[in-house]
Design a protein around this ligand. Structure first.
Ligand SMILES: Nc1ncnc2c1ncn2[C@@H]1O[C@H](COP(=O)(O)OP(=O)(O)OP(=O)(O)O)[C@@H](O)[C@H]1O
Ligand SMILES: [Mg+2]
Length: 244
């Protein structure tokens, strides 16, 4: 499997606070890698450094072998990395269709072309019937669907999802899990931040664990759930105990 994303020794400091310290790992083509760890571990910060929201303090980000460290979010998105936000960012005054079209405008200046691209993605994400609803009137699951759909409209090769299952019920979580697996089958790679272990474990090819800014483990889901350090730092009463 070819390597798609590689981060090398990423450190991000906010004043004296070290939010990420010397973090390295990679994501291959057609792979779902999950990034887990306690609140404040530095997961979103790492997403921000990778996606160009801000540059890391030190370290490098490579995408398809190209050094993209310090490039802007727009440039990185054009190259094929798109992320969603932990707090959903639906464009409230726009319809579902228009929300998705804003993603498609990355590759076309034509409204017609953007509409055609959006139509296909609305279908894939189960939003076609809701395309005329305004963003502000959507339920939380549909807001999340719209955010994923808009991200897909930018035609990413790597899709980064930051806690897109939080606040959803069991059925909705299953829907998102199925969507992730379908996207992988279609050829995308995913980097997923999530606290819901029952959702993460079955869909992940590999898992990276952060704690207090540092990578403390990386491995297959079954390795991670049995890793003593991970259980102590994070999984403890959250997953291991339940699965016994
Ligand atoms: N812009 C910022 N300025 C200062 N400190 C920040 C900033 N962003 C994040 N931090 C701090 O960096 C640390 C890591 O935060 P981050 O949001 O990356 O954690 P997280 O793993 O995403 O947590 P959660 O699971 O709660 O979303 C925290 O201590 C946080 O307060
Ligand atoms: Mg976060």
């Amino acid at each position: 499997m070819a390597e798609l994303l590689r981060i090398e020794n990423i450190t991000k400091k906010f004043g004296n606070l070290v939010a990420n310290e010397d973090v390295s790992f990679s994501v291959n083509e057609h792979e779902i890698v999950s990034l887990i760890g306690p609140n404040g571990a530095g997961k979103t910060t790492l997403f921000n450094s990778i996606s160009g929201y801000y540059p890391p303090t030190s370290g490098k980000v490579f995408f398809k072998g190209q050094d993209i460290t310090g490039k802007t979010a727009f440039e990185i998105c054009r190259l094929g990395i798109t992320r969603t936000f932990q707090v959903v960012q639906t464009l409230k005054e726009m319809t579902v269709e228009e929300n998705v079209m804003t993603g498609a405008f990355l590759h076309t200046g034509s409204r017609k072309q953007a509409q055609i691209a959006a139509a296909e993605i609305l279908e894939r994400t189960g939003l076609t019937e809701k395309k005329n609803i305004r963003g502000a009137s959507l339920t939380i699951i549909d807001k999340k669907r719209v955010e994923i759909a808009r991200a897909l409209a930018t035609r990413p090769q790597l899709l980064m999802l930051d806690e897109c299952m939080a606040g959803l019920n069991q059925t909705e979580i299953k829907d998102v899990m199925e969507l992730c697996l379908r996207l992988k089958e279609e050829g995308l790679s995913l980097l997923v931040v999530e606290h819901i272990m029952e959702a993460i474990m079955p869909i992940s090819d590999r898992i990276v664990v952060l704690n207090a800014g540092k990578k403390i483990a990386e491995g297959l889901p079954e390795e991670i759930v049995n890793n003593e350090e991970v259980i102590k730092a994070y999984l403890g009463d959250r997953y291991h105990a339940e699965s016994k």
